[in-house]
Design a protein around this ligand. Structure first.
Ligand SMILES: C[S@@+](CC[C@H](N)C(=O)[O-])C[C@H]1O[C@@H](n2cnc3c(N)ncnc32)[C@H](O)[C@@H]1O
Length: 277
C-alpha cells in the first residue's frame, strides 16, 4: 500500500480567521489530525484555533500526542519514540497525517523535528508544509510596527538562548524580534536600557488572540505577569525607506546645496525595494 502524506499545517497566531483556506482544506481532508500538547492534561492552543473552523469530519481520527516542555533527553527520547511510532503506523497504512502547529510550521515548531526525521524513517512518504501566519507578522501588525524596509536588517532571537549576546545583536541589526521572552524580561529590559533602546521596544502578548496586549512601557511588564505567548519588537528606525527616515534624510543632506554628511551612503543602496515589492 502507498504511504500517506505527512502535512505540517500552520494554523496562524490565534485568531481563527487568520487560518488559511488551504489549512482548512487539508485539515478537513486528512485521515488523521495530530494535535500536539505539552502534557496529558494540557489543552492544545493550535486545536482551539483550528478545531471550530474544521468542525466534525466523519471517520477522521484526532490523535493527541504529548511533547513535554523540557530539554531533558531522558524525558524527550521516549516521548518522541511514541510520536514516531504513532505517526509511522498511520502513514504506513496509507493515511494522510496532518500535524497542526500554532503560527507557521517551520518557525520554532515541533513539526520541524518530525519533518527532518521523515526522510529516513518513512522514505516513501511525501511531506508537505502548509504555511501559516506567523506570530512575527501578527505581533508587528497589532503593534503597528513596520518590520523592515529599505536597508534595514532584522534578527529573530529566542530569549531562552540568546540574552547573553543581546548587546551585540541590538548593535548589529535594525529590527530585533525577541521571542520566548516570558521568563527573561528583566534581562531584556536591562540590555535595552544599557543600549538606550528601551523607548524603541514594544511588548506584545497573545497577538490576535483573546487577551491580546500591546505594552510600550516594558518596565510595567517586568513588574507584572509575563505571558508565554509574548515577544518584544525592537525597531531602531535608523535605516528605513527611501521617502521617510534617517537614510532618506542623509540622501537629502548630501545633495548639492544640502548639508554634507561624513558617512555618505552609496546612492544605489538607498531606499526600499522597487514599486510593487
Ligand atoms: C514555540 S514558538 C511558536 C512560534 C510559531 N510557530 C509561529 O510561527 O509564530 C512560541 C513563541 O512564539 C511567540 N508567539 C507565538 N504566538 C504568539 C502570539 N500570538 N503573540 C505573541 N507572541 C507569540 C512567543 O514568543 C512564544 O514564546
Amino acid at each position: 500500500m502507498a504511504y500517506g502524506t505527512l502535512y505540517g499545517v500552520g494554523v496562524g497566531p490565534g485568531a481563527s480567521d487568520l487560518l488559511t483556506l488551504r489549512a482548512v482544506r487539508v485539515l478537513r481532508r486528512a485521515g488523521v489530525v495530530v494535535i500536539p500538547r505539552r502534557s496529558e492534561t494540557a489543552s492544545s492552543l493550535a486545536w482551539r484555533i483550528a478545531g471550530p473552523e474544521v468542525g466534525e469530519v466523519p471517520g477522521q481520527e484526532r490523535l493527541f500526542l504529548t511533547f513535554p516542555m523540557t530539554k531533558d533527553p531522558a524525558v524527550l527520547a521516549p516521548a518522541w519514540d511514541e510520536v514516531f511510532l504513532q505517526v509511522g503506523r498511520r502513514l504506513e497504512a496509507g493515511l494522510d497525517v496532518a500535524f497542526i502547529t500554532e503560527g507557521d510550521p517551520l518557525f520554532f515548531s515541533t513539526f520541524v523535528y518530525l519533518m527532518e526525521a521523515a526522510p529516513s524513517r518513512w522514505p516513501e512518504a511525501r511531506v508537505e508544509v502548509v504555511p501559516g501566519v506567523s506570530s512575527l507578522t501578527a505581533a508587528a501588525a497589532v503593534a503597528g510596527i513596520p518590520l523592515v524596509d529599505g536597508q534595514e536588517r532584522m534578527a529573530v532571537v529566542p530569549a531562552t538562548y540568546g540574552v547573553e549576546d543581546l548587546a551585540h545583536v541590538l548593535e548589529e541589526f535594525d529590527t530585533i524580534l525577541l521571542t520566548k521572552v516570558s521568563s527573561h524580561m528583566a534581562q531584556v529590559v536591562e540590555a535595552l536600557e544599557r543600549q538606550g533602546l528601551l523607548d524603541r521596544a514594544v511588548y506584545v502578548s497573545r497577538a490576535t488572540m483573546e487577551g491580546e496586549l500591546v505594552e510600550r512601557d516594558l518596565r510595567r511588564v517586568v513588574q507584572g505577569r509575563c505571558d508565554y505567548f509574548s515577544m518584544v519588537v525592537v525597531s531602531k528606525k535608523e535605516n528605513n525607506g527611501l521617502l521617510l527616515g534617517q537614510a532618506a534624510q542623509r540622501a537629502v543632506n548630501d545633495r548639492p546645496g544640502g548639508h554634507s554628511s561624513r558617512d555618505q551612503p552609496a546612492a544605489g543602496k538607498l531606499g526600499g525595494g522597487m514599486a510593487g515589492d
